[in-house]
Design a protein around this ligand. Structure first.
Ligand code: ZN
Length: 144
């Protein structure tokens, strides 16, 4: 199986059977994101305690990339501090928009690696970063 096929498979699997999809009630922070280019909508909920993320969930209505990115994101944020999660988001957006072709590896970087190929399609990058920006806003909301 080609690596691109494997990555596509990971994206489609998360799209069809997303992790941590749903509402959190109660929640500490919540934010919505909308990508008008593609029509993707996402709502991200977070619960945290002592500056650490306890739980992240999302509701996503949009393309496979936007949903898969949200789902993969929720799987890597558990137990991170808010600052670490913000840094991860920054790192992820740089992987997609940085000038240099990033070197990513499924073993080392996890399923995030499957999303990095989207950098070749500039029109879809917003699909992939939507949930991450909403997560940043949800953390800011939680700190209010
Ligand atoms: Zn999209």
């Amino acid at each position: 199986m080609e690596l691109d096929d494997l990555y596509q498979e990971i994206i489609l699997t998360h799209h069809k059977r997303p992790k941590n999809e749903g509402r959190l009630d109660p929640f500490c922070g919540m934010a919505e994101g909308y990508n008008p280019v593609c029509g993707d909508k996402v709502t991200v909920y977070v619960n945290g305690s002592d500056g650490k993320i306890v739980e992240v969930k999302f509701i996503g209505d949009g393309c496979a990339i936007s949903r898969a990115s949200a789902s993969i994101m929720t799987t890597i944020l558990g137990n991170l501090t808010f600052d670490e999660a913000l840094a991860k988001s920054d790192e992820f957006c740089k992987l997609l928009t940085g000038d240099e072709e990033p070197v990513v590896d499924l073993n080392e970087d996890g399923e995030v690696a499957a999303l990095v190929g989207i950098r070749k399609f500039p029109g879809r990058i917003k699909c992939a970063t939507l949930a991450w920006h909403a997560m940043e806003d949800a953390l800011k909301d939680a700190l209010k």
